[in-house]
Design a protein around this ligand. Structure first.
Ligand code: DPP
Ligand code: ZN
Length: 858
C-alpha cells in the first residue's frame, strides 16, 4: 500500500455543492442512487477527470448529465470519470451487501438494523465519491424500505418529508449544513426513543432523542441528562450554541469505536449510552457522560469546522478531548478527573511515544489512517492545547477559541489555522511552540534544586528523545507549574509558572533561608517525564502536605514507583528495602487519616502505580520480576495497614448507594481495600469479596468484588463467576464485563481461562466489544500477556491473524502490545518479535495490520 504524505496535499479539483442520495434499503442488499452536482474548483489546478473514491461497492450504472459519460475507468478501487465542461451532474447507482459487511465500516447490519460508520473512509464503501474531508456538500437523502423491518428511518439534519407505499415506507432528510462525507450517517431499524428537549441560549427549542432497542429505554436517562449538561456547558464555557432543531443519538451494539459525531445523528456504541446502577459501574457512568460530551462538542470542533485532510485529525480530536476533559472536570471532581486523564496518557500515550509507532500529534505520513486514531493524536493532542491554555490563562484562551470558531466556521481547516487563531486571539507567540505539533517523543526534563546565598536555584534541562524517522530534535517550550515549600511551615508563597524553552535554564527564587521542597509539574501542566534525585523524605513530605492534589498524588506514586523500580532491578539491600517500605506505609497511613480529603481523592492516593507504568521506567524490563515485587509491596501494605484499611472498609460500607461524590468515593475505597487484602490474606479477602458481591445493590460493588475474586483460586471465585453470568446473561454489556474480568485477572491459570472463554458460546469475533473484552483485557494484563512461556504473545498473534480478515481495524489495534518488544528483557523480546514476524509473513494482510506490523518490526 502506498504511503500518503502530508506535504503532498493538493486541493480537490472539483466542488460538490449538492449531493442527493436515494437508498433502497435491505439487510442483504441495498441499492444507492447518488446524484452529485459538481463544479470546477477555481482554487485548484484543472484536470480532465474527477476521481471518485470507492472501496468495493458494485457499480450498477453511471450517467453524466443524464446520458453517457465521456469516459470512465477504474484506477484500483477508484472510479475516474472524464469530465470536460465546468459543471455537471453525475448519477451513480451502486449495490452493497450490508449483512456481509463484517468490517463495520460503511453501511452495515447490526441486530436486524442498518447503520453507518463513515469516518474516516467508510463512505466509499457505500458509493463512489470524493471521500476526503475537504470536499463539503449539502446532502438530501431519501431512504425507503420495508416498514416492518425498519419502522424508524433516520439521517443527518431534519426530516422534510415522508410517506408510505404498500408495505414499504420512506423518509426524506435534508441537512442544511455542508459537510464532508465522513459525517454522513443513516440508521434504519426497530428503535424506541427517550425524548426530551433543550432550549438554547438564544431560545431555540431543540428536540433530543436517544434511540435504543425496545427494553433498553430505562437505561438511557443518564445519557440524556449528560447530553443536556453538555449543551449547556458548551454555551457557558465556549459560547457554542447548537445549530439544528433536532439531535439524535442511536445506540448500536456492533461498533468499532466509542461513538461517532455525525451531524445531527450521533451513532454510539451501546457501552457509552446504556447505564443504570444495576448494570453499570461508576466508571461506566463517567464514560457515558464523557463520550456524550465529546461527540456533542464535535458539533463545533469537528463538524462546523472540520479537517482539511486526515493529517489534521488532532485539530478536531485533540481539541475535543480537551473540551470533554474540562467538561467532566466541571461535572465531577476536578483533581480526580485530572489524575485519571494523566493515567490514561501515561498508560497509553507514553508507551506509544517511546516505541516503534511514535508519531507527532500531526503525523507526516500514513498508509492506513485508521491506525492514527491514537492516544497521541487524541490525548497528547489535548495536552498540547491544554498547555496553550495554561500559558494564555483561561480568559485569553477563550478569546483565542472564539477567534478560531469565528474565523474558520464552515471551513476544512488545519492545525496551523488553530494555532494562529490562538496566537492572535490570546496574544501568545507560539512560534517555537509549534514544535509540539511536529516533534514526536515525550520530553524528559531533568530537575535540580540547590540553595545558594539565600536563594533557591532551580536548574532545568530538557531532552526530546529520538523517535523513528526523527532525530536531533529542538528544545520545545515546556510550561511547568511549580511551588517551593518551606520545610518548617509546610507552606509556600504561591504557585508560579516557569517555561523552559531552551535546552537548559536556571531560575532563581530569593528569600529562602534553607533549601525548600520543590513541587513541580503541578496539575501535570506539561506532558513530560520529570527526572530528579529527590530525597525520599521530601516525597513523604509532599505526599503529606502538597496543596495541589495532583502533585500530592504524584509524590505518592513516585515514592512507590521509585521503590518498585529499584527492587525490580535488584538494587535494594534488605535495609533499603525495609526503609523504603516503611516510608510508603507511613505516607499511606497519613492519607488514610487525613480528614480534609474526600474519599474519591483518597482512593487515588491509596492506589498503586500500574505494572505497565513501572515497566515503562525500566530498560529490558522483566515483567515477572516486576509483578512479584508489586504483589509483595501490595501484601506488605495490606498487612501493615490491616486495621486502618478495615476501619476504612467499615465506614465505606455504611454509605448507602447514590451517585453523590461521597458514595462513589466510598465504593472506590471498598474495592481498594479488597485489592490489598487479596495480596496479604487471600482467604480472608475471598470471604470479604464474596460478602460484598452478595450484598451489592449496584454494579460498582459487585464488579469490584468479582474482580478481586477472579484473582483468588477459591470456591467463592467459581460460585460468584457462575452467578454473575447467570444473572446477566441477557445483557451483552455485562457479559462483556464477565469476559474481561477473567481475562484481566491475576489468577495463575489466566491463559487457560482465556483459551476456554474463546470457545464459550457467547464469544464471537464479529462483535468488537466482545473481542476487546476478552483479548484487550488479556493484552493489557501483564501477568498473562507476558507469561514467561511466550504463550500470551502467541495467543494475541493468533487472534490478530484470525480477526484481520473479519475486522481489520480492530485487529490492528492489538499489534502495539507486541510492538513493545524492544523494551523487554531479551528472552521475551525475541518471542514477541517472532510473533510479529509470523504475522508479517501471513498472506493477504489488511492494510491496517500490515502497516502496524511493519512499523513495529522496523
Ligand atoms: N468517533 C470518533 C471520535 O469521536 C472519531 N471521530 O473520536
Ligand atoms: Zn472525537
Amino acid at each position: 500500500p502506498p504511503e500518503i504524505r502530508r506535504e503532498d496535499y493538493t486541493p480537490f479539483a472539483w466542488l460538490v455543492p449538492a449531493t442527493r442520495l436515494d437508498f433502497e434499503l435491505g439487510i442483504d442488499k441495498t441499492r444507492i442512487t447518488a446524484t452529485l452536482e459538481v463544479e470546477r474548483n477555481p482554487a485548484a489546478d484543472p484536470t480532465p477527470t474527477i476521481r471518485l473514491n470507492g472501496d468495493g461497492p458494485k457499480l450498477v450504472s453511471l450517467k453524466c448529465d443524464g446520458g453517457d459519460c465521456a469516459g470512465h475507468t477504474m484506477d484500483g478501487d477508484d472510479l475516474v470519470v472524464t469530465l470536460e465542461g465546468d459543471s455537471h451532474t453525475i448519477e451513480i447507482v451502486t449495490e452493497i451487501e450490508p449483512s456481509a459487511n463484517s468490517q463495520l465500516m460503511g453501511l452495515y447490519a447490526s441486530n436486524g438494523m442498518l447503520c453507518t460508520q463513515c469516518e474516516s473512509e467508510g463512505f466509499r464503501r457505500i458509493t463512489f465519491f470524493p471521500d476526503r474531508p475537504d470536499v463539503l456538500s449539502t446532502y438530501t437523502v431519501k431512504m425507503s424500505g420495508p416498514k416492518a423491518l425498519f419502522p424508524i428511518l433516520l439521517c443527518n439534519g431534519n426530516k422534510v418529508d415522508e410517506g408510505s407505499d404498500g408495505d414499504d415506507h420512506w423518509a426524506e432528510w435534508h441537512d442544511p449544513w455542508p459537510k464532508p462525507s465522513y459525517l454522513f450517517a443513516l440508521v434504519a431499524g426497530d428503535l424506541v426513543a427517550r425524548n426530551d428537549s433543550f432550549t438554547t441560549m438564544n431560545g431555540r427549542e431543540v428536540e433530543l432523542n436517544v434511540w435504543v432497542r425496545d427494553g433498553d429505554l430505562e437505561r438511557t436517562e443518564h445519557a440524556m441528562e449528560s447530553l443536556k449538561r453538555s449543551m449547556k456547558w458548551d454555551e457557558e464555557v465556549f459560547g457554542r450554541e447548537y445549530d439544528l432543531d433536532l439531535y439524535n443519538i442511536v445506540a448500536v451494539s456492533d461498533f468499532n469505536m466509542g461513538a461517532m459525531e455525525n451531524k445531527g445523528l450521533n451513532v454510539f456504541n451501546t457501552k457509552y449510552v446504556l447505564a443504570d446502577p444495576e448494570t453499570a459501574t461508576d466508571g461506566d457512568f463517567d464514560g457515558v457522560e464523557g463520550v456524550i460530551g465529546h461527540e456533542y462538542f464535535h458539533n463545533w470542533s469537528g463538524n462546523r469546522i472540520t479537517c482539511r485532510d486526515w493529517f489534521q485529525l488532532s485539530l478536531k480530536e485533540g481539541f475535543t478531548v480537551l473540551r470533554d476533559q474540562l467538561f467532566s472536570q466541571d461535572m465531577g471532581s476536578e483533581p480526580v478527573k485530572r489524575i485519571e486523564d494523566v493515567r490514561v496518557l501515561r498508560g497509553a500515550q507514553f508507551p506509544e511515544d517511546s516505541g516503534p509507532l511514535a508519531h507527532p500529534i500531526r503525523p507526516d505520513s500514513y498508509r492506513e489512517i485508521s491506525n492514527f486514531y491514537t492516544a497521541t493524536v487524541y490525548n497528547k493532542g489535548a495536552e498540547v492545547i491544554r498547555m496553550m491554555r495554561t500559558m494564555a490563562g483561561e480568559g485569553a484562551f477563550r478569546k483565542g477559541t472564539d477567534l478560531y470558531f469565528d474565523r474558520h466556521d464552515g471551513e476544512a481547516a488545519t492545525c496551523e489555522d488553530f494555532i494562529k487563531s490562538i496566537e492572535d486571539g490570546a496574544g501568545l507567540d507560539l512560534t517555537q511552540f509549534r514544535l509540539w505539533y511536529s516533534q514526536a517523543g515525550t520530553p524528559r526534563v531533568s530537575v535540580e534544586l540547590a540553595h545558594e546565598g539565600g536563594e533557591a536555584v532551580l536548574t532545568l534541562s530538557q531532552v526530546v528523545p529520538d523517535t523513528p524517522g526523527q532525530t536531533g530534535k529542538k528544545p520545545m517550550p515546556i510550561p511547568l507549574k511549580i511551588a517551593l515549600f518551606d520545610r518548617e511551615s509546610a507552606e509556600h508563597s504561591g504557585e508560579q509558572l516557569v517555561v523552559l524553552d531552551t535546552e537548559s535554564d536556571t531560575f532563581r527564587f530569593p528569600g529562602f533561608a534553607q533549601l525548600p521542597v520543590l513541587s513541580i509539574n503541578r496539575t501535570f501542566s506539561a506532558p513530560v517525564t520529570i527526572s530528579r534525585n529527590i530525597e525520599r523524605s521530601d516525597l513523604v513530605f509532599l505526599a503529606r502536605h502538597d496543596d495541589d492534589p495532583f502533585a500530592r498524588y504524584e509524590a505518592m506514586q513516585d515514592l512507590m514507583v521509585g521503590h518498585l523500580v529499584a527492587a525490580s532491578k535488584g538494587e535494594l539491600g534488605d535495609e533499603e528495602r525495609a526503609a523504603g517500605t516503611t516510608d510508603i506505609v507511613t505516607a499511606l497511613r497519613s492519607v488514610i487519616a487525613d480528614e480534609a480529603l474526600d474519599d474519591l481523592m483518597r482512593g487515588e492516593l491509596l492506589s498503586m502505580p500500574s505494572q505497565t507504568y513501572i515497566m515503562e521506567q525500566i530498560e529490558a524490563a522483566d515483567p515477572g520480576r516486576i509483578f512479584e515485587e508489586r504483589e509483595s509491596l501490595k501484601a506488605t501494605i495490606g498487612t501493615e495497614l490491616k486495621d486502618e484499611l478495615h476501619r476504612l472498609y467499615e465506614r465505606a460500607e455504611a454509605v448507602p448507594y447514590s451517585q453523590s461524590a461521597e458514595a462513589k468515593g466510598a465504593r472506590k475505597l471498598k474495592t481498594l481495600v479488597l485489592v490489598y487484602a487479596a495480596a496479604s490474606d487471600p482467604q480472608k479477602a475471598a470471604e470479604l469479596a464474596a460478602h460484598q458481591y452478595d450484598r451489592a445493590d449496584n454494579m460498582t460493588d459487585r464488579q469490584g468484588a468479582l474482580m478481586v475474586l477472579t484473582g483468588i483460586d477459591s470456591a467463592e471465585r467459581t460460585g460468584r463467576l457462575l452467578d454473575f453470568y447467570n444473572r446477566y446473561r441477557d445483557n451483552a454489556l455485562v457479559v462483556d464485563k464477565w469476559f474481561s474480568l477473567q481475562a484481566m485477572s491475576l489468577h495463575p491459570n489466566v491463559i487457560e481461562h482465556v483459551k476456554a472463554l474463546a470457545q464459550h458460546e457467547d464469544f464471537t469475533m464479529k462483535n468488537p466489544n466482545r473481542v476487546r473484552s476478552l483479548y484487550m483485557g488479556f493484552a493489557v494484563n501483564p501477568h498473562g500477556f507476558h507469561a514467561a512461556s511466550g504463550e500470551g504473545y502467541r495467543l494475541i498473534a493468533d487472534l490478530i491473524l484470525e480477526l484481520d480478515p473479519i475486522n481489520a481495524q480492530t485487529a490492528a489495534r492489538f499489534v502495539p502490545s507486541l510492538g513493545r518488544w524492544r523494551k523487554m528483557e531479551p528472552v521475551r523480546s525475541a518471542m514477541m518479535r517472532e510473533q510479529l514476524e509470523r504475522i508479517a509473513a501471513a498472506p493477504k494482510l489488511s492494510r491496517d495490520t500490515f502497516e502496524q506490523v511493519t512499523r513495529s518490526l522496523g
